[in-house]
Write a protein that binds this ligand. Structure first.
Ligand code: TMP
Length: 240
């Protein structure tokens, strides 16, 4: 597969054209940002770790019937994906109180929620990705209401799959962020990545934080932490 022109560079990934108009090559970067780009770093090995972790998880999701953009991993830090027109909404699913939910509602970090919570954020860096609801989404015409309903259903199904999968790895899936888009046939599919950059993962026994919070809070090494996640995922994959 030919690596063509750079078509987009985001905070964590570069997208390149390929010789197939329907496929993009994604290169995962070592750059890490937090707090809407206010805190930045370069973390050795991070791109390769997230590429491998996201590849394993998208493959798991595919096998569970979740349509998604991932095609295959092609090198340590590169993967092929289906071209997707991204819907500018970040869907966050939460199982345990943490992060902005704790700040916004005054909950205690670590409280298990009675049922998963789904939130929407408007993907707009200038506005700081504000929290939005169904009515805001309709007002801004970000996606049709029936596709929003489908995004919510898919997000909750993805949550079930990932909670169980991470549990086998000794990890609690506290919360995570998803992005959806349309493939070239107009089907709604899961896109972007699922990695310790976009999930909160705690050790089930010790509550040790094994995700980007080690960078946000300055409490550990990103490379060591993400390596632990990859090793645990590989352990489950190789043992069936
Ligand atoms: P939050 O508690 O800061 O709102 O984050 C909820 C989840 O979403 C957490 O797992 C981290 C993830 N997330 C992203 O992937 N990108 C973002 O820009 C933000 C703010 C959160």
């Amino acid at each position: 597969m030919e690596k063509g022109q750079l078509v987009y560079e985001g905070k964590a990934k570069r997208l390149y054209q390929t010789d197939d108009a329907n496929l993009l090559l994604v290169q995962y970067k070592n750059d890490l940002t937090a707090f809407n780009g206010q805190k930045t770093s370069m973390e050795h090995g991070k791109g390769a770790l997230n590429n491998q972790i996201s590849s394993i998880l998208f493959n798991v999701l595919r096998n569970e019937g979740i349509p998604n953009h991932w095609v295959k991993q092609i090198s340590d830090d590169e993967q092929l994906v289906k071209h997707t027109d991204i819907i500018p909404i970040e869907v966050v699913v939460r199982n345990v109180a943490a992060g902005s939910l704790v700040k916004r509602l005054g909950l205690t970090e670590g409280e298990t929620l009675n049922a998963p919570i789904v939130e929407y954020y408007y993907k707009d860096d200038e506005l700081g990705d504000p929290l939005i609801n169904d009515d805001h989404i309709e007002l801004l015409n970000l996606v049709k209401q029936d596709d929003l309903t489908r995004m919510k259903e898919l997000s909750l199904r993805i949550n079930l799959v990932l909670v169980n999968y991470f549990k086998m790895c000794g990890l609690r899936l506290v919360d995570f962020k998803l992005e959806f888009g349309y493939d070239s046939e107009g089907s709604l599919i899961l896109s972007d990545e699922v990695s310790p950059d976009t999930c909160r993962l705690w050790d089930v026994n010790t509550n040790e934080k094994l995700d980007k919070d080690v960078f946000r809070q300055g409490i550990g090494s990103v490379e060591e932490t993400y390596t632990k996640v990859l090793e645990r995922l590989k352990g489950v994959v190789s043992h069936g």
